[in-house]
Design a protein around this ligand. Sequence first.
Ligand SMILES: Cc1cc2nc3c(=O)[nH]c(=O)nc-3n(C[C@H](O)[C@H](O)[C@H](O)COP(=O)(O)OP(=O)(O)OC[C@H]3O[C@@H](n4cnc5c(N)ncnc54)[C@H](O)[C@@H]3O)c2cc1C
Length: 236
Amino acid sequence: MIAPSVRHMAFERADGAPFAFLPGQFIQVHFTYADGKPTKRSYSVATVGAGDATPVQRVEVAVSYVEGGAATELLGNLKDGESVDASGPYGRFCLMDADTNKRYLLVATGTGVTPYRAMLPQLRKLMDARGVEVALVYGARNSGELLYGDEFEAFAAENPNFHFYACLSREARVHPRPHDRRGHVQVGLEELKPNAETDVAYLCGNPNMVDQAFAQLKDAGLPIPHIRREKYVSSR
Ligand SMILES: Cc1cc2nc3c(=O)[nH]c(=O)nc-3n(C[C@H](O)[C@H](O)[C@H](O)COP(=O)(O)OP(=O)(O)OC[C@H]3O[C@@H](n4cnc5c(N)ncnc54)[C@H](O)[C@@H]3O)c2cc1C
């Protein structure tokens, strides 16, 4: 458990072969309901790889608990060594080689931060190669729900162009840190003054947050192709 209701899980292919994916992509877990009807759910790959398309051995995901959820039950009860059926990778929520922006605004709530964890090595290369700035604006109710918060802080300490903002909506830390903000991600975004000339934004997680941040960035003048979205809707 990496938060009170989030389970970090690591899988390997049953045939032992490595898994090729691009940071930002997701897998689908396939299973059947009790009545035998097949279904599937999507999970973003959280694995920190080499920062390119080099295959990885482990497919890591962060699974959030959803009350009464079918996949929640399957994955929540899975024991060490057991397997699931899965396919992938899928999706285009990835960093683009053609981008010439000066800054990335990466916005997430909950498990929506996992694609950015996978992107860290790639972001490091982009910061080194073209001096791009990166601001990760991460919303959670309290500090205990910030997934991989220590990793993002350590990455920020090592990479001066990477800035991490923890937006805590319900409860401040007992000892607030300089990068903490009070409120939703919109507060952090406002402070960063989104700029159409310099910014490309990625929004991932709760659909309401994605819609609100999208509206905020559009109002700030960002063109729609520069606002990339991944909504964690239930796919039944
Ligand atoms: C591209 C993509 C990537 C995703 N990546 C992740 C990921 O990395 N980690 C992760 O945990 N989830 C992720 N999701 C969401 C995930 O696919 C499932 O929807 C989620 O795990 C719930 O599935 P379930 O079967 O447990 O619940 P379901 O049986 O589908 O739903 C049970 C009940 O809960 C409601 N519900 C469903 N989802 C939520 C929610 N998030 N919050 C509140 N109520 C809900 C449903 O409307 C329903 O009433 C992603 C979704 C997409 C589309």
